[in-house]
Design a protein around this ligand. Structure first.
Ligand SMILES: Cc1cc2nc3c(=O)[nH]c(=O)nc-3n(C[C@H](O)[C@H](O)[C@H](O)COP(=O)(O)O)c2cc1C
Length: 405
């Protein structure tokens, strides 16, 4: 499977902020994702990190001079502008933001941005007073008007000891934005409802029945759908995960809450992805106080929960344009046979089955080995992939099948 940024040329513009050192790791991560990375540094940026660091990391010359010596046939700002699919300016100083807002071309980075048709992402990083100053805010608005994506800085303790907005955003957010900017918007105009994570079924104020689902697969499906341009509603059980940027998060705890939240949005969803591990049972009674230890055994009668996926399968054909229904199943043997049976019984369009007996697949790990079945009898076996890659491959199949209809 091709890495997500294969064949993409990304130009990193690094400017004179104390946060410049953080971008060394970002460059490595972009390369791991398959991108060809080149770096332009402003004169001030070179005071913080040496060009040698970025040259060694990328294997490419670091650019900086408008009038480069030795390669007179090349006009650096034009050739770099033309050959970049995306320009990531990080960290972006107040000075560089002002320079770009005013369309100046007095340094190489600013001239490249003016000359380029590439997507442009700006990651401001500065003291919070500098960030909140009306001049900087006005300049940022200008950049947005030009169509640049300006990421919101993080709030927190700054290198200068002050607290407030102005810290460089976290890499996972920037990476999401980079991938989204370079991904065709194949799900634009669609609403995708994703369920993820475990449910918790309480039987007293401190105890519950749960399961080992981490929510990673569902969150990966939500993130990938968002990158493809969908409106994404994520109904999530308790997880320790950071929700992907731009998704509407609805937090639930029990299967009954999940049922309510999913059913109330059934009408707006074009595609429903049921990746949550919903408890099949709940304790029949909820004790108002903590159940005391007595040294004696106790038994806990259980009541069956509503099968949300089954219900969705039953009602989906009542809609004039039925939503596409994608289920996930964790199986331990006869994967394809049980998967097919579930697909048919629950009236699904797709089912992604993973083998929970393998140590590298299923619950709480970052990787998965999925078999995707469709209702036309199609079967695709994906190799061991990260959950992020698995999600992308599932969406690829779904989008291309939809296109060929
Ligand atoms: C130690 C130090 C840290 C700095 N950190 C920042 C910063 O985080 N953000 C910022 O906008 N400017 C920062 N500056 C000021 C910029 O380096 C200065 O405005 C410079 O002109 C920016 O030029 P450039 O945008 O061309 O790189 C810092 C300056 C110093 C001396």
């Amino acid at each position: 499977m091709a890495p997500v940024l294969e064949n993409k040329n990304i130009l990193c513009g690094i400017t004179g902020s104390i946060a410049a050192y953080k971008v060394c790791d970002w460059v490595r991560s972009l390369q791991r994702d398959g991108a060809e990375v080149r770096v332009v540094m402003t004169k001030s940026a070179r005071k913080f990190v040496t060009p040698l660091t970025f040259a060694a990391l990328t294997g490419n010359t670091v650019h900086g001079a408008m009038f480069a010596v030795g390669d007179e046939e090349q006009i650096p700002h034009i050739s770099l502008a033309r050959s970049s699919d995306l320009i990531l300016i990080a960290p972006a100083t107040a000075q560089t933001i002002a320079r770009l807002a005013h369309g100046l071309a007095d340094d190489l980075l600013a001239a490249i941005v003016l000359a380029s048709e590439a997507k442009i992402i700006v990651c401001p990083a500065m003291n919070s007073r500098m960030f909140l100053h009306a001049a900087t805010q006005e300049n940022i608005r200008k950049l947005q008007e030009y169509g640049y994506l300006v990421l919101e800085p993080e709030s927190g303790m700054m290198a200068c000891g002050e607290e407030g907005p102005g810290r460089l955003p976290e890499w996972h957010q920037v990476r999401d934005a980079v991938i989204a900017a370079l991904t065709p918007k194949d799900l634009a105009g669609k609403t995708v409802l994703v369920t993820a994570g475990p449910t918790e079924e309480p039987f007293d104020p401190v105890r519950f029945l749960g399961n080992r689902s981490s929510g990673k697969m569902g969150y990966a499906m939500a993130a990938a759908a968002r990158q493809l341009g969908a409106r994404v509603i994520l109904v999530s059980g308790p997880t320790g995960l950071v929700p992907p940027a731009g998704v509407e998060l609805i937090k639930i705890r029990t299967a009954a809450e999940m049922y309510r939240e999913v059913m109330s949005r059934f009408d707006v969803a074009d595609i429903i992805v049921k990746a949550a591990a919903v408890s099949d049972f709940r304790p029949a009674e909820l004790s108002a106080g903590k159940i005391k230890k007595t040294g004696q055994d106790i038994s806990l009668p259980l009541t069956a929960n509503q099968d949300i996926l089954q219900k969705l399968g039953e009602i989906k054909d009542q809609r004039p344009k039925p939503p596409l229904l994608i289920g996930f199943a964790a199986e331990s043997d006869n994967l394809v046979e049980y998967g097919r049976e579930k697909l048919r019984k629950k009236n699904l369009d797709y089912i992604a089955i993973n083998d929970i007996t393998a140590a590298d697949s299923g619950f709480a790990v970052d990787t998965n080995r999925v078999i995707l079945l469709d209702r036309q009898g199609g079967q695709t076996e994906f190799p061991l992939l990260s959950k992020e890659e698995t999600a992308r491959e599932i969406w690829n199949r779904v989008v291309s099948a939809d296109r060929s209809k």
